[in-house]
Structure formats: C-alpha cells, structure tokens
Design a protein around this ligand. Structure first.
Ligand code: CDP
Ligand code: MG
Length: 856
C-alpha cells in the first residue's frame, strides 16, 4: 500500500482528510450491506455449531482443494495493483460485518475471544471499534462529573503508592486501547496503516511502541505495541491502569510474552471490573483461550478467501525433526519462483525462508538466474519474454531485523506488469499481509528458538513447520483471487508434521520471564496462571540462574539488583553485565559491547555459512571456514582482539565511529551496515535506560553509585570483570588437551539436596569457529561465553578470556540454595504471608521498580 499511501498522503494535503472520508465511506457501505450479509452468513449460530461448520469448511478447502470457480483472474489484463485497489475499495473487510456483534459482546463481557482469517481486518479494525467503546466511557465519566481536562500526559503518574494496596483510580483519565503484537514488524506496519486510515499522523491518535522505539504521544489513544513492551509496562503498572481495553492479537502465535500477558491480564481483570480484554487469533483452535478466561464468549469472523490449489512435491520424501533433510530447498524454491514467473499470469509471489541468510542467498540466486536468462535470450535473438502480462520481477526481502523503510517495501504495491517476489520469514505467515499475493512457495521450515534443559543450551534450529502453519502459509495465496501454493515437501511429510506449533514458553530459557514475574510480586512462580505451564525443571533452572546473578535472594524474592536488571530489555546476563559495568566505571565500553551482542551478525560474508546472521547461531558452525570470502576474512582479521570477541566488537564499533559512522567505510570493511546502525540505535536506547536508572532513583540514590557512563580507558580488566559478573555461570576451563574446554559452572550450581543428576555430565566445549580467540597463539586458560550452541559440537559463542580467580571468587560466593525456597513455595506457605499480600507486594515492587529508573 506504500504507493497508495504516498498518493493518499498527497491528496490529504490537497483535499483535507480524504483518508478518513474513505474509511467512513467504507463503514457506511458495510452497514448498508450489513443486514443482508448477516442473514446470508447466518452469523448468529451457536458457538459449537459455528465451530463444526468452520471445520468442515476448512476440510473442503484443504482436503480436496475443491476449487470454487471464480471469474478467471487472468481474463482481465489489469495487473494485480488494480486487484489490490479493488479489494480495498469494493468489499468491506469481513470484520466490519461483525462490528455490532463484537461491540455487544465486549460490552456484555469482560473478555472476548475472536478468531478470523488472516487479512479479515482484526488487527486494523477491531482496535478502532474498541476506541469508540472507550470514548463512550470517556463521555460517561465526564457527564458524571469526572474532571476531564485533557490530562492525557499524566496517566502514568498514577501508579499506586507502595503498600497502598488499592487499585489505582483512573476516573479522570482518558484510557487507551492497547493492541499487542508478537512481532515488531506487525506493530509498526499496522500502526502506520491505521493512522493512515484515520487520517492522522503516526504518534498522534494512533501510535506504536516497540523495544527501543516509542512512537506514541500525549494524544495517542490506540497504541500498537509488541507484547514484550506491555509485559514491561506491567512492571510499573500491574493493573494496566492506562488502558481501557487490552487486545492480545495473534494469540495463536503463543509467543512467550503473550502467554505471560494472559496470566497478568487475568489478574488485572479480576481487580478492575471496568477493564476489557479481546483475544484474537488466526486459528480456530482457541477453546483453551476461552476456557482460560472462565468460558468467555467467542466470535468467529468467517473470512473472505479464495480457493488455493496446493501442490506437493513428489520427490522430497524425508523431513527430519532436527533440520532440513535437503539443504537444497533454497535452490528448489528459486526454481519454482522462476517457473511461476515464466508461466503464470499476474500475481505476486510469497516465499517463506527461515532467516536473513537464506533470504539473502535466495534473492542472490534468483537475481543471478534472471539476469542470466536475459543474456541467454538475447544471445538466442529472442526479443520479448513470454506474454503472460508480467514483464518484470522485483525481489523484496522481509524479515524482522530489517529497517522500517526496507520493510515498507514489501507492502508497497507494484506497477502493473511487475511481479513482486517477497522473500519472507515467518513474519508473513499471519502477522502481516502482503497485498496481491497469488503464489506461495513453502519449503516447510522455520527457524525456532529451542532450549535443551539437559544440555543447558539454547539454540536457533531450523525445524519443520506445523500443519497449522502450513495451512496459514497456503492461505496467503488466496486473499486477492484464487491462488496456488507450492509445497516443497510431499503429502506424506505434511501428514507427519506436528498439528500445531509448540508454544515458545515450552521451548525457551525462562529466566527473564521468571524475573519479570518475581518483580511483579508473583512469589510462587510454579503457581502462576500460565496457559501452558513451563516444565518445572526449566523454571527451577531459571530461578537458580537468577539467584546466581544476585537477582533473587535466598527466599526467591527479587533483590534490588534483580529489579534494576529487569528494567533493561535484555537477557539477565546482559543486564547484570551492564549493572556491574556501571559500578566498575566502564559503561562507555560495555554499552557498545552489549548493543553489538544484541543485534544480528555484523560480519558480511559473501559465501554464506561462515558468519552466521541474526541470532543465527547454528549457521556459523555449519559452513566451512574455507568458503568464506577471503577478502572479507582478511579485512575482519584486522579487528580481531586477543582477549576475545567482545573486544573485537568494540574495536569494530570504534573504527566505525571514527569514520563518522560511514556506510561506505563499513561496506569497504565487509561489515553489515544495517547491523551496525541497529547497534548504534540500540546503544543510544540503552544509554537512555541507563541514565534513567541513575537519575530517578529516590530510594537508592547517588550513594550507590548509580550508573554513570564512564570509560575505563586502557584498563580493560574492568570490562572483563563486568562481563564475568554476568557470565560466570557460562565459563570454561581449558582441558589439558588444547582447545578443548570443560564447563566450570557445573559443580558450583549443585544445590542442597540436589544429587546433580543430569547436570554433572561433563560437557566438553569448543571455541566457536568465528571467535577471535581461535586465532590466539595459544588457547586462554579460562573463558566466559554468551551461549553454547550445539551444531557439530558444543561451541562457545562470543568468548572472552578471563582470569581464573575472578571466576572462582564469583562461583564461591554463590551459597547453595534450595529450589523450593527460590520458587517461592516456602514464602507462599509461610504463615502471615498469604495470598492477600500479593497485591500489596506487587504495588510495592512496581513502585520500587519505577523508582529505580525514574519515570518513563
Ligand atoms: O489482522 P487481520 O489479519 O485479520 O487483518 P488486518 O491486518 O487488519 O488487515 C486487513 C486488511 O488491511 C488486509 O486486507 C490488508 O491487506 C490490509 N493492510 C494493508 O494493506 N497494510 C497494512 N499494513 C495492514 C493491513
Ligand atoms: Mg492481524
């Protein structure tokens, strides 16, 4: 819609608020059709009838692929841009037909679960309805005497005082509509779209807030945000007192933060009868959601979709649980895209890949192939291409780490005669809708964070998608017109896939989650109301980790350190490192290091497999070092620091800074400009957090040293000690055999009454091939690392040489503590500390957390 945006923007300037007129006319047309359509669709079926109807409808779509005959799309030679426009202008979005019903349900019940096909308008429309609802209440409040003097800015200042225990009053506040998204891309692109629909600028009535970027203002009433941001807001404001309605969107994604929000929201709803919640999901299997909220009402919005012909590969028989059976699926996908482009009429192509590396490789392969084709054609004297109405092809990448502008390219409509090939990660599965797609290429894989508690390793692994995901992907082809989906796996493979994707909470390291919950005052972590409670041993491990870092005391309560750590949007080890750096006086350096550790890989390598991208932990080790582009390698070698990767990053960043943050310089040095820019922005955001953490703390003050941003100069030991504070639990000691390390943390982490079973197994570890320490004269005696990735062997990623005595003193300082105490069971069971206190504690904790960092 980018082009449309531009034109719309221009016409806005000319003729006032054309965009808002547009949306008004859309809702008018929808209400005139409303009654007829309601009858046609028989929307007011009982819940169970509706579900079974939906099931059979789905079966017919996916079982036999019976093709509902539509007007042949190819018959009109208009190009798909027009199709997009028509789609937008002619038929109202399915959700608009259900507006009344939705509103009625939200008025009548605190929680509503709503499902509907991707693209039916849930994310863009429902929040606008909800705003109407909140506005009605504004009016009521004003009428009933509440003083309402445009005091929007003051909203957040009304969190409860410590120990006050009452729910915050928000009678005279204009409440907001919060809409959470599991993905940043979705939050930003949808906010832009809705701002546009309402004829306002982003950050006015409609805004977004994502990690490291807040585009909201005092007048914002609809706030799109990542679910993580809302969880973090809960730290300050456990009852979500700024919001009148909270919409948990894309709940089917089951991201860890959305899962936590389920529990937090339930708690807030119980305390605030005026609060409303809407849970939306793209899939129908949401009985659990409704059951979780005590059997709340449930609405399904039937989608407007076209038939999709699904083709399975006949050859690729095997798909293993641990990764792709055929490493050639990128090439296969490219072949299919070329075939589609040659033989099919207008319509964009959407191809799913597992990450940045693959997308870059695929687009390179495709561009090369297309260029070669042109040369061949010319050589053979063929002037024109086959006449299928598409003469040109453009390739557009779409993945989370892309800059906002680059992401917008994917949503822009193309000129007539141009076929857009969008190469996307899972983002395009349900989170965002790329207009005009008629062909989907699905290799059947996704990159997922997976945690193995036995090995204590978290890694990104490429795994087969679930059946639900495969259906969603195919569905992307049928939004504008009948479409086609090419699956690069056999029908049998499809049958062997998991039915649904495993929720993130069941495959992640829980430390951050647990810390959030602890700071929120949830004592007994194991009793928290999770949709899917995480495995007990994982929770206990997270507790132990936090305890080792000093974030929890022996009773499992969040310590001051823990509260301060939870302010940073970083994993606990990184936050702990930052805090220590503040105390030691090397924040200048450590901020840079932390920023670089939290972005995708900065190394640009032409032949993939050497550098690894993003969190692409696995990719680095998989490729052969010999494949790396020699020039790049030589250039990167100049930055290598003998003390380890952290200092290498620092050197790179400083050199880039010295070049005046020059793109040209970065490219010359074979560095990823985008990653560096992101790191720079992350650094400045963190700097902001750090300044807040030192400024606003009334409770702890300057005497504690706050967090001053100073440089350690040449005293690099300070940086090493700071990193040690966060990572001493991930340490290796060199075995007598060179280049092999054994884990140091094991013994120290054994707890009272814990026989150490499952932990005591000796893990042999190796320096990651990309580590600068690999090039050291001799391997350092002791190292810490950020994560252990298990590919060919257990590799220590981002390693740094440290001194043994620092490690020992850290490890010895950790007094063993039983998991029972840490999880808070003991506290919860203790007399006088019953459940009634939870509220006060939450309030006190929140106020303390807020005090620690000043007001956002
Ligand atoms: O949330 P759901 O998948 O139900 O749909 P949505 O995101 O609200 O999208 C509704 C319609 O708006 C779709 O037809 C999209 O093509 C369009 N849209 C768009 O063109 N650009 C966006 N950034 C978001 C939505
Ligand atoms: Mg949506």
């Amino acid at each position: 819609h980018g082009d449309r945006d531009d034109r719309r923007g221009a016409s806005d300037r000319r003729s006032g608020r054309k965009a808002s007129k547009r949306s008004r006319s859309r809702s008018r047309s929808s209400s005139s059709d409303h009654q007829r359509r309601r009858r046609e669709r028989g929307h007011s079926r009982s819940r169970s009838r509706e579900r079974s109807h939906e099931r059979s409808r789905r079966k017919s779509r996916w079982g036999n692929h019976e093709r509902r005959q539509q007007d042949a799309p190819e018959s009109e030679d208009k190009g798909d841009k027009i199709a997009e426009e028509e789609e937008d202008a002619a038929e109202p979005l399915p959700v608009t037909l259900f507006k009344d019903e939705l509103m009625k349900a939200v008025r009548g019940s605190q929680v509503l679960v709503c499902t509907g096909e991707t693209g039916s308008g849930k994310t863009t429309q429902i929040p606008q309805y909800l705003l109407e609802l909140v506005r009605e209440r504004d009016a009521d409040t004003t009428a009933s005497g509440g003083k309402d003097k445009d005091k929007d800015e003051g909203v957040a200042l009304d969190t409860p005082a410590p120990g006050d225990g009452k729910r915050p009053s928000h009678n005279n506040k204009k409440l907001l509509v919060a809409v959470t998204q599991p993905r940043r891309v979705a939050a930003t692109s949808v906010a832009k779209r809705v701002a546009d629909e309402r004829g306002c600028r982003l950050g006015e009535e409609v805004g977004y807030s994502i990690r490291f970027e807040d585009r909201t203002g005092p007048r914002t009433r609809i706030k799109y945000m990542t679910d993580g941001v809302l969880v973090r807001e809960c730290l300050e404001d456990p009852y979500l007192s700024r919001y009148g309605v909270v919409m948990l969107d894309e709940a089917h994604e089951r991201s860890i933060d959305t899962d936590i929000l389920f529990g937090l929201l339930k708690r807030a709803l119980a305390r605030r009868p005026d609060l409303r919640a809407v849970i939306t999901s793209a899939t129908l299997d949401v009985e659990r959601f409704a059951a979780f909220f005590d059997g709340c009402p449930f609405i399904n919005v039937p989608g407007r979709t076209h038939a999709v012909d699904v083709y399975h590969s006949k050859t690729r028989q095997v798909m293993t649980a641990t990764g792709p059976a055929s490493p050639r699926y990128v090439e296969d996908a490219v072949d299919i895209i070329r075939k589609v482009h040659r033989t099919q009429g207008p319509g964009h192509v959407l191809a799913f890949f597992t990450g940045q590396d693959e997308i870059e490789r695929a687009s390179r392969l495709l561009s090369e192939a297309v260029a070669q084709e042109k040369i061949d054609r010319r050589a053979m004297g063929i002037e024109e291409e086959a006449d299928n109405g598409v003469s040109e092809m453009i390739v557009v990448p779409l993945f989370g780490a892309l800059s906002a502008e680059a992401q917008a390219d994917a949503f822009k409509s193309a000129r007539a005669g141009v076929r857009k090939v969008v190469m996307a990660t899972n983002i395009a599965e349900t989170s965002v809708t790329v207009p005009g797609v008629r062909f989907v290429v699905d290799p059947g894989y996704v990159k997922q964070k997976t945690y193995d508690p036995a090995r204590r390793m978290e890694s990104l692994v490429v795994v087969p998608i679930s059946q639900v995901a495969a259906q969603q992907r195919a569905g992307r082809a049928g939004r504008t017109a009948p479409g086609q989906c090419y699956r690069l796996y056999t029908r049998n493979c499809y049958g062997g896939m998991l039915g649904e994707t495993v929720p993130e909470i069941l495959r992640t390291n829980l430390a951050n989650t647990v810390l959030y919950l602890k700071v929120l005052g949830v004592d007994d972590i194991l009793a928290f109301d999770f949709l899917d409670p995480p495995a007990e041993d994982q929770s206990l491990e997270a507790l132990q980790h936090l305890y080792c870092l000093g974030a929890l005391d022996q009773d499992g309560r969040a310590t001051d350190t823990g509260r301060r750590m939870s302010r940073f949007p970083l994993e606990p080890s990184l936050s702990r490192t930052l805090l220590e750096a503040g105390e030691l006086g090397c924040l200048e350096e450590v901020l840079t290091i932390v920023a670089l550790l939290s972005v995708e890989s900065i190394w640009f390598t032409r032949s993939k497999g050497g550098g690894g991208g993003g969190g692409g932990a696995g990719s680095g080790a998989r490729g052969k070092r010999g494949e790396r582009d020699e020039e790049a390698e030589a250039s990167h070698a100049l930055f290598r620091h003998p003390l380890g990767d952290h200092f290498t990053y620092l050197a790179v960043y400083r050199a880039w800074e010295a070049s005046g943050f020059s793109d040209a310089w970065a490219k010359e040095e074979f560095l990823r400009v985008r990653a560096l820019r992101t790191a720079r922005s992350v650094r400045s955001q963190l700097l902001g957090e750090v300044r807040k953490a030192s400024g606003g703390g009334r409770r702890r003050g300057r005497q504690e040293g706050g967090l001053e941003v100073t440089s350690c100069g040449r005293d690099l030991d300070k940086v090493r000690k700071a990193v040690c504070a966060g990572y001493f639990t991930k340490a290796g000691q060199r075995c007598s055999k060179e280049w092999v390390y054994r884990s140091l943390a094991v013994g120290a982490l054994q707890q009272e009454g814990d026989d150490g079973a499952g932990r005591s197994g000796l893990t042999l570890m190796y320096l990651h091939p990309t580590s600068s320490l690999v090039h050291a004269q001799e391997p350092p005696e002791h190292v810490v690392y950020t994560e252990l990735v298990f590919t060919a062997r257990p590799f220590m990623r981002h390693a740094m040489a440290v001194k043994g005595r620092w490690l020992r003193s850290r490890l010895e300082a950790v007094r063993p503590c039983s998991s029972d105490r840490l999880c808070g069971r003991a506290l919860a069971a203790a007399p006088g500390a019953g459940g009634g206190k939870e509220e006060e504690e939450a309030a006190a904790a929140a106020a303390a957390a807020a005090g620690a960092a000043g007001r956002t």
